[in-house]
Design a protein around this ligand. Structure first.
Ligand SMILES: [Zn+2]
Length: 363
């Protein structure tokens, strides 16, 4: 687990968030801005008065570089090393902008793919997944289980750091409840205790409450939908499960995912929200297989002149404000205008052409 001790990669999401980029430009989105010692980073990232849990705030590269150069922060007050802006970070890792939305399932006729991971963080498996997401240039949504983040022992404290690292790398973090209990089986009071305790843990570890939630097991009821809506939550479900909790190998997860995928496609759903669990080693491997599968398909689709699979970076693409609709209302299928679709597809075609040609010449 070298990533916590070693250098910290600062994602370039500030400048490139929302850009319609495919996997091939991954390198440009995850630039190693600076290699810094953890202590120096802590100094650079938190004003002394607010020092406590590290804040999931994107850090200005110049601040890092000055700090990494070895300047003694306490003796150079004129250098704005500690002058982090008091405004919220530009990157909305806790998805406050997605509050009060209709229930999202990921239904779309487009080949848009969003990865989501439940039940973490897990110190044994999540760090490797974060590295693989970086390598693939993919940003995901992590639905964290509050119990993993209490910080009462070494393992939980490590999980806390992984949660912060997840946000630093430009991923979204969201609620998966406290103890993974099926909310419809609980009383109103118990259900809200699950939700409220998770919020408290998020505040302590990440500095703010989450606004997206995935109820454990996807279990819902109109009562639970209403309770969650009253607290401003937007529920995100999925349409591309992979049954990774039922098998033990990445190949089996991939096979199940393919079967589900084909079933959805037969229903007109060409893309959507993938559900995996970052708590299983085989799921971390299966992520690679699924990404490779879609990249391979893109070579064929490009040759046929069809829409390409597009790994989206933004759960907000599926978002629809709830407005006056009831708490169980679902978001409409995600349809892009021809212009918006082309704006995403054009650079993707370019990148896919280069990648697939390189593959072909190697063979
Ligand atoms: Zn779960």
């Amino acid at each position: 687990m070298g990533f916590l001790r070693g250098c910290l990669r600062i994602s370039g999401h500030l400048t490139l968030a929302g850009a319609a980029l495919g996997l091939g430009v991954a390198a440009s989105r995850h630039t190693d801005l600076a290699r810094v010692d953890q202590t120096q980073l802590a100094l650079a990232s938190a004003p002394p008065a607010a020092r406590g849990p590290a804040r999931p705030m994107p850090i200005d590269a110049t601040q890092l570089l000055v700090s990494a150069a070895g300047g003694d922060v306490a003796e150079t007050p004129e250098v704005p090393l500690l002058g982090l802006p008091s405004v919220p970070p530009a990157f909305d890792g806790l998805a406050e902008t997605l509050r009060d939305g209709r229930i999202m399932r990921g239904v779309t006729p487009h080949r848009l793919i969003l990865f989501t991971f439940d039940d973490g963080p897990d110190r044994n498996t999540t760090p490797l997944l974060l590295d693989r997401l970086d390598a693939a240039g993919v940003h995901a949504v992590f639905f964290l289980t509050g119990d993993n983040l209490r910080g009462e022992n070494v393992a939980e404290r490590k999980n806390q750091e992984i949660a912060r690292e997840t946000v630093r790398r430009g991923h979204w973090v969201a609620s998966h409840g406290m103890r993974h209990r099926q909310l419809p089986l609980l009383s109103d009071y118990e259900a809200m205790l699950e939700i409220g305790q998770t919020e408290a843990v998020f505040r302590r570890v990440l500095g703010a409450r989450p606004w997206l939630i995935r109820p454990p097991g996807g279990a819902r009821s109109t009562r639970i939908d209403r309770l969650l809506a009253e607290r401003g939550y937007t529920t995100m479900l999925w349409n591309l499960g992979a049954g990774d909790f039922q098998v033990r190998t990445a190949a089996d997860v991939h096979k199940t995912w393919q079967a589900v995928f084909e079933r959805r496609r037969a229903q007109g759903e060409e893309g959507g929200i993938v559900l995996l669990h970052d708590t299983y080693a085989w799921s971390v491997d299966a992520f690679q297989l699924i990404v490779q599968d879609l990249l391979d398909r893109n070579c064929e689709l490009l040759a046929k002149g069809e829409e390409l699979y597009d790994f989206i970076d933004d759960p907000g693409m599926f978002f629809e404000a709830r407005g006056s609709a009831d708490a169980s209302a679902e978001a409409a299928p995600l349809r892009l205008s021809p212009e918006a679709l082309e704006a995403r597809q054009a650079p993707l075609r370019e990148e896919t052409m280069q990648r697939c040609q390189a593959l072909a010449t190697r063979e």
